[in-house]
Write a protein that binds this ligand. Structure first.
Ligand code: 5RP
Length: 265
């Protein structure tokens, strides 16, 4: 791996722990003004300094993120679909590498849709992005997307998707936590982070998900809704961090959350 690429990846996956807490705020690219992300600036501002990396689109980065931020950016560069359109899988690359470099990003991210009619198109998007990423020393994060088919989130499907992403050269992969998650990680030769998915019922569930994923081999989370849809997002991200970076148990992290949530929204 080229020096620049390794250096950028080390900004995201912290060398001190080998782990990362990424904050996903890219949902609007197909969902529009998602609940509690209606005003991205307001959502992002109190949280960004607690994240090891922020994952927006270029539109949200330019309009809603302070350019003085020290948090590395993982730029979402795929899209072109919407939740009311015919298929969420029909994505293309929306943002050039020149743009990504201009915005000083630490990595770019795209979705792949294995098993759909757009499998070939989205896998070639990944291959093309990796070719460019290798040219410019910018890592590529492949997101193993399932669109509206949340039931697809099992070890068989996610192992297949993650492995294909790694084989095509993705430098790290984002997927979902599932039963037998160690099989997903075991078959994927690059680091794996998990998405949080739709909001869970309790903070304990979020912390348990985080703990299970880390203890079964994930290097971290790229979490969105389960942080910023919380009534106490700043406390939530700190509790997640404590598990990811400081090996907190679920109970200890929940105690931390309860203690912090009274202090600040
Ligand atoms: C959509 C994405 C989102 O960033 C992702 O799903 C992470 O957010 P959440 O934790 O809310 O699921 O990549 O394809």
């Amino acid at each position: 791996m080229d020096w620049g690429l390794q250096n950028r990846l080390a900004r995201i996956i912290r060398p001190a722990t080998g782990r990362t807490v990424m904050l996903a705020v890219d949902h609007g690219y197909f969902l529009g003004p998602t609940s509690r992300l209606e005003d991205p600036r307001e959502t992002i501002a109190p949280l960004v300094s607690y994240a090891d990396a922020l994952m927006p689109t270029r539109g949200v980065l330019r309009t809603s993120v302070d350019p003085k931020t020290q948090t590395p950016i993982v730029l979402r560069v795929s899209g072109g679909t919407s939740i009311i359109g015919p298929s969420l899988a029909d994505e293309e690359i929306t943002t050039t590498f020149e743009e990504a470099i201009r915005m000083n990003v630490s990595a770019v991210a795209l979705s792949i849709f294995v098993g759909t009619e757009y499998e070939h198109q989205t896998l070639m998007n990944l291959a093309d992005l990796v070719n460019e990423g290798e040219t410019y020393g910018i890592p590529v994060l492949a997101v193993t997307a399932v669109g509206k088919e949340l039931g697809k989130r099992d070890a068989r499907f996610l192992s297949l998707s993650c492995r294909i992403a790694a084989e095509l050269g993705a430098h790290f992969v984002k997927t979902y936590y599932c039963e037998d998650f160690e099989k997903v990680v075991g078959g994927c030769p690059v680091p794996v982070v998990i998405a949080g998915g739709p909001k869970l019922d309790t903070m304990k569930d979020v912390l348990q998900l985080t703990h299970d994923a880390i203890s079964r081999g994930a290097v971290g989370v790229d979490m969105g809704r389960n942080i910023w849809q919380s009534d106490h997002p700043v406390a939530a991200i700190q509790a997640v961090r404590a598990i990811v970076h400081e090996k907190y148990t679920v109970k200890k992290a929940l105690d931390l959350f309860e203690g912090l949530k009274g202090k600040r929204k």
